[in-house]
Ligand binder design. Structure first.
Ligand SMILES: NC(=O)c1ccc[n+]([C@@H]2O[C@H](COP(=O)([O-])OP(=O)(O)OC[C@H]3O[C@@H](n4cnc5c(N)ncnc54)[C@H](OP(=O)(O)O)[C@@H]3O)[C@@H](O)[C@H]2O)c1
Length: 271
């Protein structure tokens, strides 16, 4: 962890830094001495987080308020980043819409594909090129435990995270030779705004704190291609992989996420 600044400095760019896991990445990387570029839509939130970090640690923070699904979002980011050396890219911004397959509108489905797949593809392509030139850098793609299998009622979300997971594995091998470390960070349930609209009280484990997720990610970067934060999640991951078939896993998630989905539908029908 101590070498993070040396290996991945001087600047880190974090998408989805206005809350949850992204905000926590900003705090921990600031503490480790990296300068930060924080990206998300909510400007006030980003500026507040940035100022707090600058006051606490001797680092510089720049914020970019932009919708990462907008056509020319990279141009907006480049206005700030072209003159800087970005050694660490955290592709964290994401969207999770849960529901019956046709209960999720096509527009929402495409927004998930856009933000969870297309946006990190554009950013990775752009920043990896510069990192490879410098023979130094790191990329963390925040995927999900749901990316390991088909997940009913979150089918498209899980598929977007599977894309990120598989992409990270390939790049981990390819870019290592160029001095760039790639990691797929695959959290289970984490206590953030993202899950606050859903009821997961019946789940066998309680959500992790974002702090733990980020520590696991920073520790694993440069050592392996992927990591599942949290002991219980790791055990579940091992059981899923070695004891149960893929169909059994999908059935289990069908029951668990199905329950959350039923509660969600009841809430919506009462509104
Ligand atoms: N929470 C979990 O249980 C969990 C589990 C596994 C994986 N993950 C993954 O972890 C990542 C972070 O999520 P989180 O849990 O920390 O949720 P969160 O608190 O809701 O954070 C999502 C972030 O993405 C940003 N964002 C959303 N749409 C955007 C857009 N169109 N343009 C720019 N930024 C946008 C949000 O900022 P603005 O609203 O300000 O734009 C926010 O900063 C996601 O990729 C998620 O899929 C979460």
């Amino acid at each position: 962890m101590k070498k993070i600044k040396e290996k991945y400095g001087p600047w880190a760019l974090i998408t989805g830094a206005s809350s949850g896991i992204g905000e926590e990445f900003a705090k921990q990387l600031g503490k480790l001495g990296l300068n930060l570029i924080l990206v998300a839509r909510r400007k006030d939130q980003l500026d507040h987080i940035g100022k707090t970090i600058e006051n606490q640690y001797s680092v510089r923070v720049k914020t970019i308020a932009v919708d990462l699904t907008q056509e020319r979002f990279l141009d907006e980011i480049r206005k700030t980043t072209d003159s800087l050396t970005i050694g660490l890219l955290i592709n964290n911004a994401g969207l999770w819409e849960m529901g019956d397959y046709l209960g999720i509108t096509l527009e929402d489905e495409l927004s998930m594909i856009e933000l969870n797949i297309k946006t990190p593809a554009i950013l990775t392509h752009h920043f990896a090129a510069k990192m490879m030139e410098n023979k130094k850098g790191g990329i963390i793609n925040v995927a999900s435990m749901l990316g390991y299998l088909g997940v009913p009622y979150s089918t498209i979300y899980a598929a977007t995270k599977a894309f990120e997971l598989v992409k990270s594995e390939g790049l981990w091998y390819e870019l290592k030779k160029e001095g760039v470390d790639v990691l797929s960070l695959n959290p289970g349930l984490t206590k953030t705004e993202m899950i606050s609209k859903y009821d997961f009280s019946h789940m066998p484990m309680s959500p992790l704190r974002p702090e733990k997720v980020v520590v696991a990610g920073l520790k694993a970067l440069g050592k392996k291609s992927q990591v599942i934060p949290g002991t219980m999640n790791k055990i579940l991951g091992i059981l899923s992989k070695h004891v149960m078939s893929r169909d059994m896993n999908t059935k289990m998630f069908g029951l668990l996420i199905g329950k959350t989905n039923s509660k969600l539908k009841k809430t919506i029908s009462h509104l």
